[in-house]
Design a protein around this ligand. Structure first.
Ligand code: C5P
Length: 406
């Protein structure tokens, strides 16, 4: 479950920092990449050298280190991880998180991140029970921050009560449950195509189609939401770029092909774009003029590269799961099943795009999921619901133990 995942571990200055050394070791044993940020006071409890040796990486600590910023900026540091873990979390760092204070590398990273954060508090029972701490915790929970512990027990200061950091194995269990429930596709890389392609006739005219990109964009958003590193390759649409998605704009099928192939390797490919099957054989570099008395021009067409088929037969670069779309106006299931075979993809999402369905450009879709096991009819749903359900199915497919690429 944790293999190939990337954790950014922030260690703040508490006596329980020694437990984080064990946590790093256990994460590494499971094939998790662990990058560590230490606060100044953390270095009083554990040495950067031991953290570095166990994490097998360098340790970050100084916000104003020119070398660090040149090698990997603090914004990048916060975004490169699948999950941020603060362990141990002192009352001080939690107060700063609640207030939005960024006065060192650790707190700046916590402010700059777009990833989820798991916190394992560690402090004296009276500090834990203090109204200020409890208010900060309520604020952090309301923002979706996860907590592991604390537990009750004997404290380093000789008192007894709640405030002890949970044991490393319990933090590990929380991290595992996070990945299974919230970000089941973390560490996976997905390529999604969306929208129409435009095939130029001359510098001002082109052939296009009615695809709005709504379904493809919603799928990219759903995969990114589940933690996948998502590249959306899209033709011109009116859709806004989904949050956390790397959007690459293209116009022609050949450009889409180049970007998709260049984005390999990937674990998942979902080809939802309405790629033009043909393009004008010649694209004049001047506008075709309407000459008086001349017959209308005829446009010779040639076939475009098939992106879905190419990705499905990409040898050792083939994504573990390739999903195609089949927009049909008749014999939906039979045509889509034939397409599954012909394109050598794993699944086909078949939808009826007959004029009366309103699928093109509309907000709802009626689809059938076709796999090697047959076809499933899904009820009419909003396109973002179709996307969420498809992303859940994809996550379910990866819940077995396929290894992430790269
Ligand atoms: O053969 P047809 O165009 O109907 O197949 C549709 C599926 O193939 C869609 O998933 C579409 O994105 C993909 N496709 C492609 N490259 C093409 C044509 C279609 O990826 N040149």
């Amino acid at each position: 479950m944790l293999h190939g995942k990337r954790i950014l571990l922030i260690i703040s200055g508490g006596i329980a920092a020694y437990k984080s050394l064990d946590l790093i070791r256990r994460l590494r044993e499971r094939g998790t990449a662990v990058r560590c940020v230490l606060t100044d006071s953390a270095t009083q409890f554990v040495t950067p050298l031991s953290v570095s040796a166990l994490s097998e990486d360098r340790v970050y600590g100084d916000l104003f280190s020119l070398t660090d910023e040149a090698e990997i900026g603090h914004i990048q540091l916060s975004r490169d991880a699948d999950l941020l873990v603060v362990a141990p979390a002192t009352t001080n760092i939690m107060a700063k998180m609640a207030q939005g204070i960024g006065d060192d590398l650790a707190t700046t990273v916590l402010l700059a991140t777009d990833k989820d954060v798991l916190v394992a508090p560690s402090m004296n029972v009276r500090m834990w029970e203090h109204a200020a701490t409890q208010t900060n915790i309520a604020t952090l929970k309301s923002r979706g921050i996860w907590f592991a512990g604390p537990t009750e027990g004997a404290m380093a200061c000789g008192e007894f009560g709640e405030g002890r950091m949970v044991e490393p194995l319990e933090v590990l269990a929380e991290i595992e449950s996070y990945f299974t429930t919230s970000a089941p596709l973390a560490g996976r890389r997905a390529i999604v195509t969306s929208g129409p392609t435009l095939e130029a006739i001359d510098p001002v005219r082109y052939i296009a189609n009615r695809s709005s990109g709504k379904q493809g964009h919603a799928i990219a958003a759903a995969l990114a939401h589940m933690g996948a590193e998502t590249i959306l390759v899209t033709g011109p649409t009116n859709e806004t770029a989904p949050a956390g998605v790397d959007v690459r704009h293209i116009e022609s099928a050949r450009e889409m092909y180049d970007v998709c192939v260049g984005a390999l390797p990937a674990d998942i490919a979902v080809c939802a774009a309405a790629v033009a099957d043909w393009r004008p054989a010649r694209q004049g570099d001047r506008k075709i003029k309407k000459e008086k008395g001349a017959a209308p021009p005829s446009i010779e067409m040639v076939e475009n590269p098939d992106i879905l088929r190419t990705l499905s037969s990409a040898g050792n670069q083939r994504p573990a799961l390739v999903v195609g779309f089949a927009a049909e106006t008749g014999d939906l299931i039979a045509n889509a099943t034939a397409k599954l075979m012909r394109k050598e993809c794993d699944w086909i999402v078949a939808n009826d795009v007959s004029a009366d369905t309103g699928t093109f450009g509309g907000d709802t879709n009626t689809v059938h999921l076709i796999t090697a096991n047959g076809s499933e009819d899904w009820p009419v749903m909003r396109k973002n619901e179709v996307a969420d359900r498809l992303a859940e199915r994809i996550a379910g497919r990866f819940n077995q133990s396929t290894e992430a690429v790269g």
